[in-house]
Design a protein around this ligand. Structure first.
Ligand SMILES: [Zn+2]
Length: 437
């Protein structure tokens, strides 16, 4: 099966295999660990598990393995504790693997061609707290050289002992745009540099082939919402370190999708991308993929707001002046995966002509009139400021998307109010724009 056909197939069968009960808010170590141990037990020996190490607080860091092939692959997720999307996709992937009994021929090819090792939650203490850093405040992805944290040491030793030919470094990113476009980035890719001169070594070139493959299969699904990360060399990061020590390393950053605060659709994209990649590695197809597609991907940009209101009237009460402007807002407190449904306040990022910007959520604000003094740039303001009087939310339900929702692009007048309602319990703390991966 070629990569595109496999991607379509995976896209169609995903809903039968996803672990619905695992969500970002419930993706804690004990839950995930129990889930993985159960999958291993059900797999009939197909999936193996051992401990890669222990976190600062003593939580076991599982290393899950499958396949008996020659090409060794190492994948890890959630080295930043508040970035669970790929962890959930890996759990879905392991579930499919445990349940399959030779029905899927492409999976048998992966097992024959690859020897795959997965660390599905490298920073369990951070995951417990929904925070980027580990229990003592260390950013594990800046600890690749000094190896002070046990989490970094576990990953370093796994790579040193397994000598993987390919490695996948799986993260969530803050809201970004595809280059200077108004499209929000759904997935961002990076084949990190292995030295300051950013030379394209043979090892890095192989990672670029993988990136081209992923971009090629996902691009039509997400309508071009694929970006690249800036490749400035960061010697303290694992991707850069491993790229320099023989493992072709691809960073995949889970981005955002409108109306999908739990990133269910982005999780599905991870599932598809990872399995297509493993299959291409197992069958050597990856070696034939040109790097040009990756090199042509626009770099992540700053052109998208969490919420963009078009054509809001602002009034200056002293002089009586009024005018129509666009208002770009970032939810506050900043979150990695919260949607409009859950937000109650926002930072006013920009006021004026935002015709060259986009919003993850966009609303027609022409029915709104706001005092300019109530929305100073840079201030945190309640979203109810932008509620039309008398209009209430049409639903309190959180929407989750396993497939791309249809966005209003029909030119008809959309709902004119910004809706606010009671936030659900257990909000997820995070950052809007974490430092580079
Ligand atoms: Zn990260």
């Amino acid at each position: 099966m070629n990569p595109n056909a496999l991607a379509i197939h995976l896209y169609s069968i995903y809903d039968d295999h996803r672990l619905d009960h695992l969500r970002p808010s419930t993706c804690r170590h004990s839950r995930l660990y129990g889930e993985v141990v159960g999958l291993v037990a059900r797999s009939g020996g197909r999936v193996r598990i051992r401990e890669a190490g222990r976190s600062v607080e003593g939580r076991p860091i599982p290393l899950v393995s499958f396949g008996r092939g020659e090409r060794t692959v190492l994948l890890w997720s959630q080295m930043h504790g508040d970035e669970p999307t790929a962890t959930l996709a890996l759990a879905d992937l392991l579930s499919l693997l445990a349940e399959d009994r030779g029905r899927e021929g492409w999976l048998t090819e992966i097992l024959k061609g690859c020897n795959v090792h997965v660390i599905p939650m490298l920073n369990p203490d951070g995951a417990e707290r929904h925070q980027r850093h580990n229990a003592v405040g260390i950013d594990v992805n800046r600890d690749a050289r000094s190896l002070v944290s046990p989490e970094a040491r576990a990953l370093f030793e796994a790579q040193r002992d397994l000598r993987p030919e390919f490695a996948f470094n799986l993260h969530d990113q803050g809201l970004g745009s595809v280059g200077t476009s108004t499209k929000a980035t759904a997935i961002a890719l990076l084949a990190p540099a292995s030295e300051p001169g950013r030379r394209v070594t043979p090892v890095r070139r192989r990672a670029m082939r993988l990136a081209s493959l992923v971009a090629g299969i996902l691009d039509p699904i997400v309508g071009g919402r694929i970006a690249a990360w800036d490749d400035t060399y960061e010697p303290r990061a694992f991707g850069d370190l491993f790229q320099g020590s023989g493992s072709s390393t691809l960073l995949i950053e889970s981005g955002h999708w409108a109306g999908d605060p739990e990133k269910c659709f982005i999780r599905k994209l991870n599932f598809v991308a990872l399995l297509v990649s493993l299959h291409a590695i197992a069958t050597d197809a990856v070696d034939e993929i040109p790097v040009e597609r990756y090199l042509g991907i626009p770099v992540n940009g700053p052109r998208v707001f969490d919420l963009l209101l078009r054509g809001v009237e602002i009034r200056e009460t002293g002089s009586g002046w009024s005018g129509r402007v666009d208002v770009g807002l970032s939810f506050h407190p900043p979150q990695l995966r919260r949607g409009l449904a859950e937000a109650t306040s926002a930072v006013v990022r920009e006021i004026g002509d935002l015709s060259r910007h986009g919003g993850l959520e966009e609303r027609d604000g022409s029915g709104l009139s706001v005092a300019a003094s109530s929305i100073p740039a840079g201030a945190v303001v309640p979203l109810e400021l932008f509620e039309e009087s008398g209009r209430r939310p049409e639903t309190g339900a959180r929407r989750t998307s396993w497939a791309p929702p249809v966005r209003r692009r029909d030119g008809k007048k959309p709902r004119s109010a910004v809706y606010r309602w009671r936030p659900p319990a257990g909000r997820i703390a995070g950052r809007r724009m974490p430092a580079a991966p």
